[in-house]
Design a protein around this ligand. Structure first.
Ligand code: AKG
Ligand code: FE2
Length: 354
């Protein structure tokens, strides 16, 4: 995949990016949380205990469709097991991510993301919307990570690259399978949703981004933010959160709920584009990541979206008198541009007044 595509172009045109919001701290050398990273404790306040957490769906369960629909309507999120991605590959991606983030900072900076691009090492991109900095670092990949991996390990990048490419291949298959189940759960046929996966010229090139996240051990987790609240701009995101907790999802009238790590499971997030296609039936999951004082946490997010020039709009089958059309058509490129300016308010800018 080349880099002159919709995702990178949207970040290229964002004038607010400066280097403070790209280059992470040298976390290992810091013994006290610096002011630059100290958030008010109300923003980082911890989660509430709930009886019934984020639903877990076993893909082999005959009730899977009903469970998926219920979870997406209520939470915009579920965890999936029995998904067929080899556990060995999950262990490999965790190992390779730890290897990368364990490098000395000056070495990691050899692969720093430039302000014009969206791949490479650096702070999460949404950092630009906040005055305080995140207690995290990331590495973004689209397709082959060869260019940046060669800067990190001139002679030893093959294993890293192979694992990243293999993981993206597996996750694309699984994401498309889950998307299919979600559409079926809403009685949408392949014919109904074909227009969202095929360009006008008939080509089918979904766009995807792989994001490795690292949340180092933190001297004061009560005041630190790993990743601030956001919704994903994708159709769907599959997150492998390893076995250390930190991910939380927001539920209206409840508060922040911890998403308990389940060994070998993926967290599935409904992204903004899926929320648009479903005419609001499925929630887009507002989520964040907090950090801790004892464990270095790794997570791997796979963001999946449509080909760049496809118009995304509510499916007409989901529009009727009781469900007026909520959004106007938008391409992923246009939506990302809007997100790069308006961040969590981007959906409001394409919403019809009802
Ligand atoms: O690390 C996590 O649990 C969340 C990561 C995430 O939300 C993202 O990368 O968009
Ligand atoms: Fe996210």
């Amino acid at each position: 995949m080349n880099n002159n595509n919709s995702i990178s172009a949207s970040f290229k045109t964002n004038p607010t990016i400066n280097l403070d919001h790209i280059i992470p701290l040298d976390f290992k050398t810091v013994l006290k949380l610096p002011k630059s990273h100290s958030w008010s404790t109300t923003t980082t306040s911890t989660h509430v205990e709930v009886d019934e957490g984020v639903p877990v769906v076993d893909l082999a369960d005959p009730e899977a469709l009903t469970l998926i629909r219920g979870a997406c309507e209520k939470w915009g999120m579920f965890q999936v097991t029995n998904h067929g991605v080899p556990i060995k590959l999950l262990k490999q991606i965790e190992f390779q991510s730890k290897k990368l983030f364990g490098l000395p900072t000056n070495q990691k900076l050899l692969a720093v993301r430039s302000p014009e691009e969206c791949t490479g090492y650096g702070l999460p991109r949404i950092s630009t919307f906040f005055s305080k900095l995140f207690w995290s670092e990331g590495f973004s990949i689209m397709g082959s990570p060869l260019h940046h991996a060669r800067q990190l390990w001139p002679n030893h990048h093959f294993d890293f690259c192979n694992v990243m490419v293999e993981y993206q291949k597996e996750l694309m298959g699984l994401t498309e399978r889950i998307l299919g189940l979600m559409f079926t759960s809403l009685d949408l046929t392949q014919e109904d949703v074909k227009c969202f996966s095929e360009s006008k010229n008939g080509s089918k090139h979904p766009q995807a981004l792989l994001q490795l996240n690292s949340y180092p051990i933190c001297p004061d987790p009560t005041r630190a933010m790993g990743l601030a609240p956001h919704t994903d701009s994708s159709l769907l995101t599959l997150l492998y959160q390893t076995n250390i907790s930190g991910l939380q999802v927001f539920r209206e009238n409840v508060g922040w709920v911890l998403v308990n790590p389940i060994s070998g499971a993926f967290v599935v997030n409904v992204g903004d584009l899926m929320h648009i296609i479903c005419n609001g039936r499925f929630k887009t999951a507002l989520h964040r990541a907090l950090v801790n004082q004892t464990h270095h946490r790794i997570s791997v997010a796979y963001f999946y979206g449509p080909p760049k020039d496809v118009n995304i709009s509510p499916s007409i089958k989901l529009v009727d008198r009781d469900h007026p059309i909520l959004y106007r058509p938008v391409t992923w490129k246009e939506f990302l541009d809007s997100k790069a300016t308006h961040f969590n308010k981007a959906l409001d800018f394409i919403r019809f007044d009802v």
